[in-house]
Design a protein around this ligand. Sequence first.
Ligand code: CAA
Length: 380
Amino acid sequence: MDFKLTEEHLMIKEAARDFAKNELLPGVIERDEKQEFPKEQVKKMGELGFLGMMASPEYGGGGMDTVAYVLAMEEISKIDASASVVMSVNNSLVCWGLDTYGNEEQKKKFLSKLTTGESIGAFCLSEPEAGSDATSQRTTAIDKGDHYLLNGTKNWITNGSTADFYIVIAQTDVEKKHRGINAFIIEKGWKGFDIGPKEQKLGIRGSDTHSLMFNDVKVPKENRIGEDGFGFKFAMKTLSGGRIGIAAQALGIAAGAYELAKEYSKVRKAFGTEIMNHQAIAFKLADMHTSIEAARHLVMKAACDKDNGENYDLSGAMAKLFASKTAMDVTIEAVQVHGGNGYVKEYHVERLMRDAKITQIYEGTSEIQKIVISRSILKD
Ligand code: CAA
């Protein structure tokens, strides 16, 4: 497989790396500690074009390919996975979904603000009793003629309080099960739409995660995305692409931790020499590097499949499964290489280890990726 990067790809990678080092690194420890959303930094990400990278230029998007997107995701995630999850949800789940399946009016009204960061988006599928089992939606949107009446609760919503526009998946016809599900665009501030308290999280603490409550919210008919009953397929297609973004996030977390461990091993001395000269450490670094390279190949394969118009359900799920395990394994080892220093905040690796865990949970747990993979490989 030849993943030769173009000049443009390399420029985007460098721009993302510079942004992460100059704008995200200062304050990343404090934001994690205080659970503070990177508001100013996300605004700058919008100005630099990182929030709507793959969306159509006519709606303010960058018109870039998925390879460019995963390169930027990796670089930003090396430093600040809280910022990169905002980027991932906005790009993959919201902008891509609207750009691909929204109508002209919806694109003009919502997408053109989301691509530039003027507005932020959220994707609302999970519920208290429908996390992995996404077909069991309890949130209902009942057809009332010129509008739908939305009722229910959504859980663990990234950008829960900072978003302006929310894509909400709801059951419109219980009898039809997943074929009676629709996706709607909801605006912040609508009557009956309440935002619950911020979740206190283990990792990605800078991102804001909330429950959302809908109580007789009137949703105009024109805010439904796609044909009646398209909502579940919309969610699945959107999540398939989202998983490539999260795989790139996991890859970035792993690569960030590895780079820190490698540098530390060159300066930290024990038993009379730099610790890199001990095989106990060198072998760890060899394993970390190998896993990261393997994860990078899977992420690039999935991104290329998407760019080449191939099916990416399987490659995206494999990339997410493997990269998220790599993120977990590598960050644990990076803490170990740092010894006692790895356990304190200023060395960054403990945060990366906490951030890594969510990549095995959101946008489908590792077990869900195995369902997608096994169904795909066993279907013929
Ligand atoms: N593309 C298009 N259609 C798809 C599809 C895909 N990738 N996957 C499934 N479908 C369709 C199927 O074809 C089927 O439609 P028909 O009956 O019309 O043929 C329908 O969807 C139902 O499919 P299944 O029978 O396979 O459904 P299932 O109940 O067995 O579940 C699942 C499939 C893969 C487990 C799915 O429920 C799933 O992905 N669950 C995980 C949900 C998830 O990822 N949640 C993450 C929340 S978002 C988030 O985390 C964002 C964040 O904050 C960062």
